[in-house]
Design a protein around this ligand. Structure first.
Ligand SMILES: Cc1ncc(COP(=O)(O)O)c(C=O)c1O
Length: 440
């Protein structure tokens, strides 16, 4: 990346970015929510569109001079619709959390009841955690996975919904390696008259590639991030398979009289002016570039490899007596319970970091340790797969992780970490972060 001007002007920030480039290049990135965006995506992120104020939506802005950012936003919207097969999309949410906030604030009143997957069972903060707006503004009830299987049991979800009578049910997760039965969730939502929102932030790229269940026909709202398996710039978006008249009594005065607002209008108004101001037009342009990439056949090949790598790794881990929550993976990640290895998530994360392997500590279901310590780690394959690492690499990586974890409680650990670090650096050499060709 050319940073000549920055290098001359601002040594401190230049050095920090240069260090980050080295870190990303020389170490192994296994954080399930990270990926390496293409150069084309990064060029759009670093473009002059960052200078433009464009409050409003294409064709209906509060600022002049929006003719080119309108083009970018329309392209991003059209490509997102094609990619996910949806009728409506809002590409303006600054993040996945903003997308979720947009939907929750659009359809709920403070104090309304919601249901989401518990944070400690793989859910996300925005699905009802007490430390998040979703658990503070709303009465959140969380469902979990079964202790014996690690799977979500839909009978339990239904039982809870009948008892709680939520206005909104959220399905989706940050650390669940199985698919979601969106149809079954919709049946439960319909029984209690709740809205259903799928948060596909993690598996969006796999869903777009047709590798996992499609939420679009079943959910009222589908939210996602654009930077995980979708491999775009950091950001969020909200989709609806089909638009519908809002049943909340929200109306609009027009010249012809008063009419009920379509849900798309309610959501658009919640994102801006409800919770956001000016959209990040450089990021929206980059979202468009990423969706263009994801529409190419090569992206499906990539997504298939992401999933294959995860499956290979899970199998190898299991062969080495690691406990994978839910017994395996159908997507891009796995959650490893390290209790039988006498290592906490925190220690594992730190030691692997010393060895040049980046993972995050993660609570496992029914964890007896705090979120700062945890009993597990989450391992994901989107980023390593972008670098071109296939099955043999996947097995090799598990062996390297096992070398570190197995030595964790011995006096050889420092030396093992140093040795593995050299192996990791060698493995990464010659594999660029994001060399996957031009965009359309
Ligand atoms: C399921 C899920 N939803 C929402 C988010 C929030 O995305 P962001 O970090 O962009 O706010 C995440 C992020 O990890 C996530 O995993």
């Amino acid at each position: 990346m050319n940073m000549n001007v920055l290098q001359k002007q601002d040594k401190e920030i230049f050095e920090a970015i240069a260090g980050e480039i080295r870190r990303q290049t020389e170490t192994l990135e296994l954080i399930a929510s990270e990926n390496f965006a293409s150069r084309a995506v990064m060029e759009a992120c670093g473009s002059v569109m960052t200078n433009k104020y464009a409050e409003g939506y294409p064709g209906k802005r509060y600022y002049g001079g929006c003719e080119f950012v309108d083009i970018a936003e329309n392209v991003a919207r059209d490509r997102a619709k094609k990619l996910f097969g949806c009728e409506y999309v809002n590409v303006q949410p600054h993040s996945g959390s903003s997308a979720n906030m947009g939907v929750l604030f659009a359809v709920l009143k403070p104090g309304d009841r919601i249901m989401g997957l518990d944070l400690s069972h793989g859910g996300h903060l925005t699905h009802g955690s007490k430390v998040n707006f979703s658990g503070q503004f709303f009465e959140a009830h969380t469902y979990g996975v079964e202790k014996e299987t690690g799977y979500i049991d839909m009978n339990r979800v239904e039982e809870m919904a009948l008892r709680v009578q939520p206005k909104l049910i959220i399905c989706g997760a940050s650390a669940y390696s199985q698919g979601f039965d969106f149809k079954a969730f919709r049946e439960v939502a319909d029984k209690v008259g709740a809205f259903l929102m799928a948060d596909i932030a993690h598996p969006a790229g796999l869903i777009a590639s047709g590798l996992l269940n499609d939420p679009m026909p079943h959910c009222h709202f589908v939210t996602t991030t654009t930077h995980k398996t979708l491999r775009g710039p950091r950001g969020g978006m909200i989709m609806m398979g089909q638009d519908f008249e809002n049943p909340l009594g929200i109306t609009l005065k027009t010249k012809k009289g008063i009419r009920t607002k379509m849900m798309s209008e309610v959501i658009d108004a919640e994102i801006m002016p409800g919770i956001q101001g000016g959209p990040l037009m450089h990021i929206i342009a980059a979202k468009g570039v990423a969706f263009g990439e994801a529409l190419q056949p090569e992206f499906r090949t990539y997504a298939e490899q992401v999933r294959r790598n995860a499956a290979v790794m899970a199998e190898k881990f299991i062969g080495l007596d690691y406990h994978i929550v839910s017994g395996g993976t159908k997507n891009h990640l796995m959650l490893i319970d390290l209790r039988n290895k006498n290592v906490t998530g925190k220690i594992a994360e730190n030691l692997l970091h010393e060895a040049g392997i980046t993972v995050n500590k993660n609570m496992v279901p029914f964890d007896d340790k705090s979120p700062f310590v945890t009993s597990g780690i989450r391992v994901g394959t989107p980023a390593m797969t972008t670098r071109g690492m296939t099955g043999q690499y996947a097995e090799r990586i598990v062996e390297l992780i096992d070398r570190v974890i197995s030595a964790a409680n011995t006096d050889r650990i420092e030396q093992v970490c140093a040795e593995v670090r050299v192996d990791v650096k060698e493995m990464c050499e010659g594999l660029p972060l994001n060399d996957f060709g031009p965009t359309p």
